[in-house]
Design a protein around this ligand. Structure first.
Ligand code: OOG
Ligand code: MG
Length: 259
């Protein structure tokens, strides 16, 4: 597909995001859209956000757990880009206005102490991490009924909408990252249970996989980036009045209230 066409599709998804409007998945009308076209559309969409003053602050991994792959009907990990405008804060009251059909999922996040480049082992990837924290991600596919193929969801910046980092952070060396219990609570009731081992074996493996995927496209993770390692459980639909909390063993909790 030509660059002009990819630009038009990025603009189409960007308007759908701004107007909180569902659209048909791109592959319905463009079956030839490849994974590499999809990552180009993702980049072009981020450029539109940057032209409105948003700053890139990191990356998110997606579809890193079997539960998520099954829920979404796709079968390989993907990444999206995080901007400063997507960040919300723990304890905050948030409105669902401006979102289409938002869902929330429990995550673990990393804050990078140094650049991370290329194909490296999980152990090596962890050496670039400063701290880890419990996190949540709000996803909000721009596609009708959250229905998409792998290439569609990549073009849509992997359904990114918002993220929230927990207040307590730890050095990864101080915890056993690969086996932390994760619970998503709604109004004080546990609704989803998982383990950080569901995230590609460990969130550190997810970080290494991100670095390798970025390397294939000539990119890398820079110092100071925020990385969401991917959800360990299915995502849960949000509605007004919900108090949502994620607890990650050894990492404290993160919560928000929906207006
Ligand atoms: C795609 C985004 C997946 C995760 O953590 O697996 C994701 C989706 O489920 O719509 O963020
Ligand atoms: Mg996620």
């Amino acid at each position: 597909m030509r660059n002009e066409e990819l630009k038009l599709l990025a603009g189409h998804l960007d308007r759908a995001t701004l107007e909180a409007r569902e659209v048909d998945k791109l592959t319905a009308n463009h079956p030839q859209l490849s994974l590499s076209h999809a990552y180009k559309i993702q980049d072009l969409g981020i450029q539109l956000r940057q032209s409105r003053g948003e700053k890139v602050v990191g990356y998110k991994m997606g579809l890193t757990s079997k539960a998520k792959m099954k829920q979404m009907g796709v079968d390989s990990p993907i990444y999206g880009i995080l901007t400063d405008k997507m960040q919300l804060f723990s304890g905050q009251k948030i409105s669902l206005q401006g979102r289409i059909h938002p869902k929330i999922e429990p995550e673990i996040a990393f804050l990078m102490a140094s650049d991370l480049k290329g194909k490296v082992s999980a152990e090596k990837a962890l050496e670039s991490v400063g701290t880890a924290c419990a996190a949540m991600e709000i996803i909000d596919s721009r596609y009708l009924n959250f229905n998409f193929t792998l290439n569609d969801v990549v073009a849509d910046n992997c359904s990114s909408s918002a993220f929230i980092l927990g207040p307590i952070i730890k050095k990864p060396a101080d915890i056993l990252l690969a086996n932390l219990g994760m619970v998503l609570e709604i109004n004080g009731k546990s609704v989803e249970f998982g383990s950080s081992s569901a995230i590609l074996g460990s969130p550190a493996e997810s970080l290494a996989a991100l670095s390798a995927m970025l390397d294939e496209r000539g990119h890398y993770i820079s110092k100071g980036s925020i990385i969401l390692a991917g959800a360990a459980t299915q995502a849960v639909s949000l509605s007004p009045g919900m108090e949502v909390r994620t607890q990650v063993q050894d990492l404290d909790s993160v919560s928000i209230r929906i207006e």
